[in-house]
Ligand binder design. Structure first.
Ligand code: GLN
Length: 554
């Protein structure tokens, strides 16, 4: 039977509930248990696919093609289990399911209500997400006290009644340090637990976010006021590296506490993988500056998986990676100079027209100055446009996403070019909003002898997609003749997946998103190779400089 750990949050949002939940998963996995996750989001959107990255952060894409909350990315980075569309539910989706059933007459004339129909649907989704794991970690989005999350809390309250000791409630709160008083304050935690208890949930374990480790007295005080044993008041202090959190929790015996409360038996924790990650990340030998030129640079959560993937690459190449976020609109107004000292340039995925010309100027700069370049999804499409404009002389080349009247649509919807090129059968027919996207894990064949083939050391890879537009086959041979290398294609050979530039030391554009499969323990070959190339480029700049200064009289 599956055991459930429900993680709620109190006091304020953005306490890192996702990372805390993921770390709990890593800890349980280190004890040989099989874990699963679910994130329940209290908003009305059916999924975050249509939500602005400016507001909501990154949309994480699962291998089965679901557009989900970024917390699923944290889960996949901390445990070996792969997430699917069944691991993220929103209020909108729950209501949509219930309304569908009502329309089909499945409620047999009953008055359909929040309790029991919505709560039953929530419970069904939770059980579906558990997928027979030993322990299912269920994170409730939002903050206790919000109106929106009440049905979720009611559902999990009911689950404790049904499953008894197989259910554990964990509550994440904030214990702030008040500078002027020179002490930490436990009152917000007391109030948050009071709020939770008023809806019938007594937490079993408290995870307290604080700047420093809490003293035994502070833990005892919280215990007294919240009715939680003091050994179950866990101090989750700030750390310089999120991958230290499983260790931090283990040091406070949290794994033992969870296992005892759920009455499970499990071997002792083996955190050697995580020890290795930390040890490697503390043995960096050099550092590089990587420019990330995008649109959502003011909310770095928008590029969460990407920035983590670069950090993982640093761990695996003993390099400290400094990510320099550059707003591509600023390049349009202030020019390209801000990229001059960079060791590598990355243009990430994105949607819409804003800042596009700044990104194209960025690609040109990387290509002409032979700076290592990685273009992901939109970053690959813009590399094709830049190449068509400046190497093939198609000065108005564009994507139909940004200019529907361009005379040279080198990037376009398949439906816009398939007739002309006489290739593609109708392979993407879903027309619902978001439905025309190519989503999820898809296989791609790599061309022998290419850089990407060397990087992956494989003929066939599977990576995740999230885009509507594609490389236009009608321009394939012209672009190839001008020196663009097509080094990856879909298995049927009809869609371009990877492009390179022959006379450039490291220039790769990929239509897929490799960042979704990078983990701290395993890294990712594409990002590791990119970071290695950035270090080599930095070294070549230094030796070039030394050469140039030689010969001058001292
Ligand atoms: N906007 C582009 C498309 O839809 C690229 C999407 C992306 O970068 N994820 O094809």
């Amino acid at each position: 039977m599956t055991n459930y750990i429900f993680i709620t949050g109190g006091v304020v949002s953005a306490l890192g509930k996702g990372i805390a939940s993921a770390s709990l998963g890593a800890l349980l996995e280190s004890r040989g248990l099989n874990v699963s996750f679910a994130k329940l989001d209290p908003y009305i959107n059916v999924d975050p696919g249509t939500m602005s990255p400016f507001q909501h952060g990154e949309v994480f894409v699962t291998v089965d093609g679901a557009e989900t909350d970024l917390d699923l990315g944290h889960y996949e980075r901390f445990v070996r289990t792969t997430m699917s569309k069944n691991n993220n539910f929103t209020t909108g989706q729950i209501y949509a399911n219930v309304i569908d059933k009502e329309r089909q007459g499945q409620y047999l004339g009953a008055t359909v209500q929040v309790i029991p129909h919505i709560t039953d649907e929530i419970k069904a989704c939770i059980e579906l997400s558990a997928n027979n794991a030993d322990v299912a970690l269920i994170e409730i989005g939002g903050t206790v006290g919000d109106i929106e999350s009440l049905p979720f809390l009611e559902a999990i309250r009911q689950m404790r009644v049904s499953f008894g000791r197989h259910v554990l409630f964990m509550h994440l709160t904030l214990v702030p340090y008040i500078k002027t008083a020179g002490e930490v304050k436990t009152k917000p935690t007391q109030h948050s637990v009071k709020e939770l208890r008023s809806i019938g949930i007594q937490p079993d374990i408290l995870l307290c976010r604080s700047e420093e480790a809490m003293s035994d007295e502070e833990r005892a005080k919280i215990a007294l006021f919240t009715n939680v044993p003091s050994e179950s008041v866990i101090s989750l202090m700030d750390v310089d590296n999120i991958y230290k959190i499983p260790q931090l929790l283990h040091q406070q015996k949290l794994d033992e506490l969870m296992i005892q409360q759920l009455q499970l038996s499990a071997p002792p924790a083996n955190l050697s993988d995580w020890d290795a990650v930390i040890a490697k990340s503390e043995q960096t030998q050099h550092q590089v500056n990587v420019a990330m030129v995008g649109k959502y640079v003011h909310l770095t959560d928008s590029y969460k998986s990407l920035s983590e993937a670069l950090i993982h690459a640093g761990i695996h190449t003993q390099t400290k990676v400094n990510i320099v976020y550059v707003d591509s609109e600023k390049i349009e107004t202030d020019g390209i100079r801000c990229l001059e000292n960079m060791d590598a340039i990355l243009v990430p995925g994105g949607f819409g027209e804003r800042g596009i010309e700044g990104k194209i100027a960025t690609v040109r700069f990387a290509r002409e100055h032979k700076i290592p370049y990685l273009g992901i999804c939109l970053g690959m499409q813009l590399a094709v446009i830049e190449f068509a404009r400046h190497q093939l002389g198609l000065t108005q080349a564009n994507s139909t996403e940004f200019d529907s009247n361009t005379p040279d649509p080198v990037i376009a919807l398949i439906t816009e070019w398939q007739d002309q090129s006489g290739t593609i059968e109708t392979r993407h027919q879903d027309s619902a909003l978001g439905g025309s996207m190519r989503l999820g894990g898809q296989a791609c064949q790599l061309m022998r002898g290419s850089l990407i083939h060397k990087v992956y050391n494989k003929h066939e890879i599977v990576e995740r997609h999230r885009h509507r537009y594609e490389f236009n086959h009608c321009y394939l041979s012209d672009l190839q003749q001008a020196g663009l290398v097509i080094s990856g294609k879909s298995l049927d050979g009809q869609l371009v997946e990877v492009i390179e530039i022959a006379d450039h030391p490291w220039f790769i554009g990929c239509q897929f998103h490799p960042e979704f499969t990078s983990t701290p323990r395993d890294g990712h070959p594409l990002f590791s190779s990119f970071i290695e190339a950035s270090y080599q480029f930095q070294q070549s700049k230094t030796s070039e400089k030394q050469k140039n200064t030689k010969g001058f009289p001292s």
